[in-house]
Design a protein around this ligand. Structure first.
Ligand code: PAZ
Length: 323
């Protein structure tokens, strides 16, 4: 027992030094105010079965790793934010309030059917004083605007953007801290692709790296394992779903099963890069479930069935937490 808490302390220490050396969040007071208001409003609202309304933090998109303090260059990853955006829509539909912690510029809830390349092709000018949506995009724009406005007006969607690994981890900690009192009715659904390595702020050059002096050597430190500290210290009572992405399908399930045991999350959603939009496997102590989109429904997406399953599992968890 003492060795486990020793390990937990070591991870906590690692995080403290990570945060102490991180550049402080801009607008921290504003973020905290908005976040706490959102959590308070929703936890005191009536959800299903006489519980407070359930609140889920959905993380989405990839974190960047700056190479310079006045950042010109950074390391990035592939994540489009599609999973997080589609999951958010489904959670809102299932009655949840969603804190959408997303990478700036990635896919947004309710916008998946809009053209993004170029978005301006949605609009036309019938005359000098009017602008209107082109008929071919009318339905998509109408439902995107209406559904997003309704979710925000009903205080069921709070969008918080991040770019760097520093911002992401600081914001996740603020959210976990805010959700502590919501206990089992809160959930973390961690679909963001989070950097494993970073350049510590103190060892980073301030100005743009010069290119005239030959090859560039950069030493990347390991990002402390956030899942450990989230589960043990930040939000131990929250229902927690993590994700595991691999490109080699042969090791995917083994890696996800290992993560399940190591971090004691409630389920790990395993997905392979090239098939991630068609199929995921939910790995948990009750066995592995393959989740796909419905082939007989043309607009079906894998997140429709995935979120149905996760919501079911969350209901069981809440019941077992309040016998
Ligand atoms: O953002 P997206 O829709 O392009 O991809 C989703 C995903 C593959 C980033 C997500 O399902 C996931 O697996 N996230 C965790 C990645 C990781 O193992 O770090």
């Amino acid at each position: 027992m003492s060795s486990i808490s020793g390990l937990e302390e070591a991870v906590e220490d690692e995080f403290n030094s990570f945060f102490e050396s991180s550049p402080p969040l801009k607008n921290m007071d504003k973020i905290l105010e908005t976040l706490n208001r959102f959590i308070e409003l929703n936890s005191s609202s009536q959800g299903a079965n006489g519980e407070g309304r359930r609140i889920v933090c959905v993380t989405s998109g990839g974190t960047t790793v700056p190479l310079e303090q006045r950042c010109v260059r950074y390391i990035d990853n592939f994540s489009s934010g599609n999973r997080g955006a589609a999951s958010t829509e489904n959670f809102v539909k299932a009655g949840y309030a969603v804190i959408f912690l997303y990478r700036r510029g990635t896919c947004q809830p309710y916008c998946r059917s809009l053209p993004d390349d170029p978005f301006l092709e949605c609009f036309e000018f019938p005359d000098q004083t009017n602008i209107q949506v082109h008929t071919s995009h009318l339905e998509a724009v109408k439902s995107a605007v209406l559904e997003q406005q309704t979710a925000i007006a009903e205080d069921r969607l709070l969008k918080l953007p991040f770019s760097t690994i520093y911002e992401y981890l600081q914001m996740l900690r603020l959210i976990a801290n805010g959700l502590k009192d919501v206990g089992p009715c809160s959930m973390f659904y961690l679909a963001a692709a989070v950097s494993d390595f970073y350049v510590p702020w103190n060892s980073m050059t301030e100005h743009k790296i010069e290119s005239g002096s030959g090859p560039l050597d950069i030493r990347l430190a390991q990002v402390p394992k956030m899942l450990s500290v989230l589960r043990t210290n930040w939000a131990p009572k929250a229902f927690c779903i993590s994700f595991k992405l691999e490109t080699d399908s042969k090791i995917l399930i083994e890696k996800a099963t290992k993560a399940l045991g190591k971090y004691k999350v409630h389920a790990v959603v395993a997905n392979e890069l090239s098939t991630r939009k068609e199929e995921v496997v939910v790995v948990s102590s009750s066995g592995n479930v393959v989740v796909r989109c419905d082939s007989d429904k043309p607009k079906s997406i894998v997140e429709d069935n995935l979120i149905r399953l996760i919501v079911d599992r969350h209901s069981t968890y809440i019941k077992e937490s309040h016998p």
